[in-house]
Design a protein around this ligand. Structure first.
Ligand code: ATP
Ligand code: RIB
Length: 316
């Protein structure tokens, strides 16, 4: 593990989207047209991979993003956002054949969201895009499933042969993903719904979380299984011991990117300390702060904001 003092190096390989965020009182039913005069519309940089990379940079890591953008205005805007956030963009490619990925996000008044992704340039990412960055041996590689599965798998294999810890955020989930083909990862982390999709078990309490982790361990080998449980916090299992970490109490406005920010914070703090419990508590603070603001990458707190929040909150 890296020493506490030197900034850790996190490589995220994944998706970059422009999010079209529509805030509304309620989601219309099929066939209904609902004019929400109090609703809101905004375009915000997002994408599970990019959110993770931006969050890692905000947490003080040297953060690299390997992704593909389209040669369009959205791509240019995303690129500028990464530069401004301090993300290393030397492994971002522009694909001239497609548009930049886009997500339509519907946020209801209670903060819940529904997301449809048009993958665009994310679909053109290939393992060779990440080869050089992985060969440079970052402290951890963060992966998700919003780019082609074969790319995620190949990158996990490239990292594994070099002994680089892989943090696999299991989103978005699909039963069709052959998890068993993965080499052992350091951390496998689905949210509640993803856990249910992969295992058929709803992680509602300690006992069902434990059963879900055991079911996951039969599909993919990981040193740690970390379940993200929204306003209930997070649960982890190391093959022997488990623990439930409660969530910080906050007023949720928009949960978009809470999981991505959680994963990045988890990766950074885990690489800094080598201690999973410590890292999850820190990640819970980052996730909680993220839900208090609207929009994906814009809602992610800085390291300083996170540390102030932890210092002023009751101990979890
Ligand atoms: P996303 O909405 O980005 O898909 P996710 O479903 O992957 O997020 P969540 O479980 O919703 O992930 O959130 C990640 C972490 O953020 C949680 O484990 C928790 O620690 C924190 N968190 C999320 N929602 C809340 C909340 N309402 N209150 C406090 N903490 C929260
Ligand atoms: O996890 C949140 C992200 O999912 C959004 O930013 C959206 O782009 C989708 O990828």
């Amino acid at each position: 593990m890296a020493e506490e003092k030197r900034p850790v190096r996190i490589l995220t390989i994944g998706s970059a989207n422009m999010d079209m965020v529509l805030r509304m009182k309620r989601i219309p039913t099929a066939g209904e047209t609902f004019v929400d005069r109090d609703g809101g519309l905004s375009y915000i940089p997002g994408g599970k991979g990019a959110n993770c990379a931006v969050a890692a940079a905000k947490m003080g890591a040297v953060s690299q993003l390997c992704a593909r953008l389209g040669a369009d205005a959205n791509g240019k805007c995303l690129y500028d956002t990464y530069v401004e956030a301090g993300v290393d963009i030397s492994h971002i490619k522009v694909d001239k054949t497609t548009n930049t990925g886009m997500a339509a996000i519907f946020v209801e008044a209670n903060g819940n969201n529904r997301i449809v992704v048009y993958p665009g340039a994310n679909q053109t990412l290939i393992p060779a895009d990440a080869q050089e960055a992985i060969a440079a041996k970052p402290d951890a590689v963060c992966l998700q499933f919003e780019t082609p599965f074969e790319v995620t798998l190949e990158c996990a294999k490239m990292a594994a042969v070099r002994g680089i810890p892989v943090i696999l955020d299991a989103a978005p989930a699909s039963r069709a993903i052959p998890l068993s083909e993965f080499p052992e990862v350091e951390i496998f982390s689905p949210n509640e719904l993803e856990t249910e999709i992969y295992t058929g078990i709803a992680p509602t309490g300690i006992e069902s979380c434990m059963r879900a982790c055991i079911a996951l361990s039969r599909q993919i080998k990981a040193k740690y299984y970390v379940l993200k449980l929204g306003s209930r916090g997070a649960f982890y299992f190391d093959g022997r011991l488990c623990n439930m970490i409660p969530a910080y109490r906050v007023a949720a406005v928009d949960t978009t990117a809470a999981g991505d920010a959680f994963t990045a914070a988890l990766a950074v703090r885990y690489c800094e300390t080598g201690n999973l419990d410590t890292a999850i508590r820190f990640a819970c603070a980052v996730g909680a702060l993220t839900v208090t603001k609207c929009g994906a990458s814009r809602s992610i707190p800085t390291r300083e904001e996170t540390e102030e929040f932890i210092a002023s909150s009751p101990v979890l």
